[in-house]
Design a protein around this ligand. Sequence first.
Ligand code: NG6
Ligand code: CA
Length: 493
Amino acid sequence: MAFPALAIAADAKPNLLVIVADDLGYGDVGCYGAKCVATPNIDRLAVQGLKFTDAHATSATCTPSRYALLTGEYPWRKRGTGILPGDARLIIDPDRVTLPDLMKQAGYTTGVVGKWHLGLGDGNLNWNGEIKPGPLEIGFDYAFLIPATGDRVPTVYVENRRVVGLDPNDPIEVSYGKPIGDEPTGRDHPELLKQKLTHGHDATIVNGISRIGYMTGGKAARWVDEDMADVITGKAVEFIAKNNERPFFLYFATHDIHVPRAPHSRFAGTSDCGVRGDVIAEFDWSVGEVMKALDERGLAENTLLIVTSDNGPIVDDGYDDGAWETLGDHDPSGPLRGNKYSHYEAGTAVPFIARWPGRIKADTTSDVLICQIDLAASFAKLTGVEVPDDAAPDSENLLPALLGESNEGRRALVEQGRGLALRKGRYKYIPAAPARGRGGSKARPFDDAGPEAELYDLKADAGERKNLAEERPEVVEEMEATLKQLQNSSAKR
Ligand code: NG6
Ligand code: CA
């Protein structure tokens, strides 16, 4: 593919560093109102940069949200982009032009460190051999991965195309169907668990925590959850150190603050709202280490550093880790309604801070509607590469808004919970879905839309409390038409 000459000189190009937390809620950090846990590093970023109040992931769960971030395509356009098991094949087509592809075209070294959860291999992957296709086939020069999630097997790191520290005499096998091997499971041996289960997560026990899925072998390669933040933050810092001579794009996807919540002893017990607060503190530490790495190399001034989250917050996501009992009056969703998985705003509205001392004004706030899906077109604009016609179809170039130079954001955004919802102008619309029951576990249902259509005026009612659907049928009709049209138009370009 031919790309036009680069628009800005190589030495002027900012590094691009996107830190994506897992399940960190809109109300979970200090500068967004959290009081029970100190997040000094993220708060400092906000003081030095631009804090967005209406920034979103496309989706209220991980796989679709990250698919959108890396491809610039709404995930619901493609089948198979829901939460993936740990043995799923790669869901991003190596032939498509992705965000990391675009950055490579712009002359950047590209890296991903941390949670992947977009599948690996092309079906029937052998974890003991060369693991591909994966991130290296979709535009990354370097990868250090948690293949799926912390609560899914295989519980090993993958560096580039290999499991790290694998003993060839102890091969790994993974199953998401029938049980394999003879290791104890959480279902049969609850007495062996550090954390009891509330739902799911009852298969192979690794490090005293039982997981989703069965695994045998790979004993020497298995991670220790309590060390995970140290390990992956170290890899992110290493990537920065290795690439300080030329511009880099780093996607650093932490395990924090997803379940299982197993903070290092440095953080355990440090917050006023239990283990969930402790892993927020650990996430903040990771952000601080990355900031330090930039400072030490004189890179901070010319690095666009973004901190955000892949979806909204959840207190009980399957492990009985005491998070509910110790939550106190902390509200992970802040002033918004809903949580992870839900159609309400807190499902996709996430913290989003952008700092670039060389370009973005310090200590500023923006209320524009912006989405992580827009990073592809915006970064392409910033680095002077053209987005090919068939790439990133739903990504809007919002560079001026991203840099705080414009108040113009998206006109509309499709938000994905268990179904689709629409943001447009001051309104939020959730279509009727008669088959939809309440979500979550029986004991702790999460706050999600019911079977009837819902319409909210977010300007007057940010907390989505007063359903206007009956009062304003003409708005419902217009929103419905826009949503249909967006669903049917396969591409903007
Ligand atoms: C759910 C898991 C949940 C979490 C989620 C994915 C159960 C009962 N629940 O199926 O614990 O792993 O998937 O989270 O197993 S995400 O942030 O990666 O989307
Ligand atoms: Ca997530």
